[in-house]
Write a protein of this length. Structure first.
Length: 177
């Protein structure tokens, strides 16, 4: 009986209208993964779209995973760091890739293997690590190098991210609850 209730379709489709508060506009971006080129294009498109619409209090929600995989993790962090300083209507949510970077920076060596598999090599290379050096390191050396090459200001910025944020009827999270 329980399964039947869970998987049965309601007779009437839900008619609820989800909304943000009046006078607000929200744009959300997720999983940038070190692609500064695409982030800049998207921010330009958002700016153009926002300018075409009626005036509103516009909020940008970044849904996490700024780093790893792409070639410009450092550039993405720096771009959004300056963007946040210039505009209080930027909400930053912490993704699992930020959590890995912070953990490795904090010396949690057991996370270094996961960080590596998740794209940590590209991240550290964007911070100035030589690829050949990286390839020769064990997990301990990778952990030490992360602390050496990634500025504390970037780690503190990543630590400041929220786990979730609610605007009107919308709950923004990185990957789920």
């Amino acid at each position: 009986m329980l399964l039947k209730r869970l998987f049965s379709r309601p007779e009437q489709p839900e008619t609820r209208q989800w909304s943000v508060p009046a006078g607000r506009r929200v744009y959300a971006i997720g999983d940038i993964h070190g692609r500064l080129d695409l982030l800049n294009r998207l921010l330009g498109a958002i700016d153009a779209d926002d300018a075409r619409r009626p005036d509103a209090d516009t909020t940008l929600v970044i849904l996490g995973d700024l780093v790893d995989r792409g070639p410009e993790s450092r550039g993405v962090v720096e771009r959004l760091r300056h963007f946040k300083m210039a505009d209080a209507n930027v909400i930053l949510l912490k993704g699992n890739h930020e959590e890995l970077l912070i953990g490795v920076w904090d010396g949690e060596r057991e996370l270094a293997g996961t960080f590596n598999r998740a794209g940590g090599r590209a991240t550290l290379m964007s911070y100035g690590v030589d690829g050949d050096d990286y390839d020769s390191w064990d997990l301990g050396a990778m952990t030490e190098a992360t602390r050496q090459f990634v500025p504390q200001s970037h780690i503190e910025f990543l630590r400041s991210f929220e786990d979730w944020h609610k605007i009107g009827d919308y709950l923004f999270v990185h990957a789920g609850i």
